[in-house]
Design a protein around this ligand. Structure first.
Ligand code: EPU
Length: 422
């Protein structure tokens, strides 16, 4: 098993360049199935979720040609609605975008039930509701998601989500772009990754407007065509390095970012006492630890609120800060499995009910042997390990590599003593 060892206690200094956004990349890759032509996707993060997505695409007949570490040419001319291998699909959540893409193009999709990080229940009822509204019969079992158009072509519809689901919104968009007539998605997710997917599809000839708002409008088109598309920077990767700078009392210029996407993270870090400078012009954010961290309450929300995918990372800062803090995750009910791991390093956290944690504050992290229980939880362990003076060992590091492009090399380049061993 791979593990990572961090010799902590070093303030990070320098600049880190952020890679393409995982949660946009995986959606755009699966959306290429809809296109039936050649697309070049650039600024892909070099992470295992992208590699698995490419293997799944190959299994359904997409010709995949790696151009370099961050770009790929995809020819979906001969793609089909064959079922991809369960062992690949189970390795990640986003494999369910193949349902929307395959249903949209072929009128049928059969995809094994996806895996992904364990936050308790992760229902897909809203995805199925959208497929039904568009004129498909859609079912789920613990093994399979299947959807079949009842007519020759899906039909545009009004879709009103019960909650702003990212996956549901993207799957509904993919199913609707080639449908007959117009679709309106209300209570849509507003995350930047939704905008990325829409920009990609519009470049391929789709007619989608209002992405980034709660009401997305889609006019169905007959056909799409290939394009060259560059994925936007990853706001969660950026936010993770911003917190690492504040936690270690260092100074990082986090580059190749869209500062607007990071507004709530920047604001919370400033409120807690870190120095944060948004530099829109140079696409970077500079974060410096000031030696003072003040406890604050944090509540995760769908975008533009504080992201749930930054919840474990900010928890590390809340542990260190002076005074009590409360962290409420309103998106996921069960995203506190990492608390037990942070406690091994000296954290004083009490989980209350399903989605609230209380922090006593003023923790001096001690090195320990801990586990990455999921992707962002693993990132939190890395930050705590960078802070704790001495050697921290992180097991199951493969979770972190699902979503962070060359994290070890990037952290080493700003002074961290971190290495991977088998
Ligand atoms: N929900 C439903 N029914 C549905 C779909 C969602 O009730 O049919 C609920 C969920 O239970 C949850 C909320 O809606 O309470 C939001 O879920 P959403 O569908 O938005 O999550 P997702 O699409 O499964 C994506 C990201 C997650 C991120 C969430 C929220 C990808 C591949 N995953 O998941 O990212 O936490 O949105 O922003 O885009 C990560 O990158 O570490 C990660 C877990």
């Amino acid at each position: 098993m791979e593990k990572v060892i961090i010799d902590g206690g070093v303030a990070l200094e320098g600049s880190i360049s952020v890679s393409g956004m995982k949660n946009a990349a995986v959606a755009v890759l699966f959306a290429s199935v809809l296109v039936g032509d050649v697309c070049t996707i650039e600024n892909l993060p070099d992470i295992s979720d992208v590699n698995i997505s490419l293997q799944i695409l190959e299994s359904v007949g997409v010709k995949v040609e790696r151009l370099d570490a961050t770009s790929v040419r995809l020819d979906s001319t001969n793609a089909c609605d064959t079922m991809p291998p369960q062992e690949l699909v189970k390795k990640m959540r986003a494999s369910y975008y193949l349902v929307g893409a395959s249903l949209g193009r072929f009128g049928h999709a059969a995809v094994p039930y996806p895996g992904g990080c364990d936050f308790g229940k992760r229902p897909i009822d809203q995805h199925l509701k959208a497929f039904h509204a568009l004129g498909a019969v859609a079912t789920e079992t613990p093994e399979l998601i299947e959807a079949t158009a009842t007519g020759k072509r899906l039909k545009g519809a009004n879709i009103l989500f019960d909650c702003p689901t990212v996956g549901g919104t993207m799957n509904a968009i993919m199913a609707a772009v080639l449908a007959e007539g117009s679709t309106i998605i209300e209570n849509a997710a507003r995350e930047p990754h939704v905008i990325d997917l829409v920009n990609f599809l519009n470049l391929c000839g789709a007619n989608i407007s209002n992405a980034g708002t709660a009401t997305i409008k889609i006019k169905g088109v007959e056909k799409l065509h290939g394009c060259i598309y560059e994925i936007s920077p990853d706001m969660i990767e950026a936010g993770t390095y911003m917190i690492a700078a504040a936690a270690t009392g260092g100074c990082l210029s986090v580059e190749n970012v869209i500062p607007k996407h990071l507004e709530t993270v920047s604001l919370k870090l400033s409120e807690m006492g870190a120095y944060v400078e948004d530099d829109e012009e140079n696409s970077r954010v500079i974060v410096r630890g000031t030696g003072t961290l003040i406890g604050k309450d944090v509540q995760t929300q769908p975008y533009p609120g504080f992201p749930t995918d930054m919840q474990p990372q900010i928890a590390v800062l809340l542990c260190m800060a002076e005074g009590e803090s409360t962290l409420v995750d309103t998106v996921w009910k069960n995203r506190f499995r990492y608390v037990e791991e942070l406690k091994r390093m000296g954290a004083d956290i009490t989980v209350m009910g399903e989605n609230t944690a209380k922090f006593a504050g003023s923790t001096t992290f001690q090195p320990a042997r801990v586990r990455a229980v999921d992707l962002r939880a693993g990132a939190a362990m890395v930050i705590a390990g960078l802070v704790a003076k001495g050697q921290t060992e992180i097991d199951d590091f493969f979770y972190v590599e699902r979503g962070y492009d060359h994290i070890i090399e990037k952290l080493r380049s700003v002074g961290a003593n971190i290495m991977k061993i088998n």
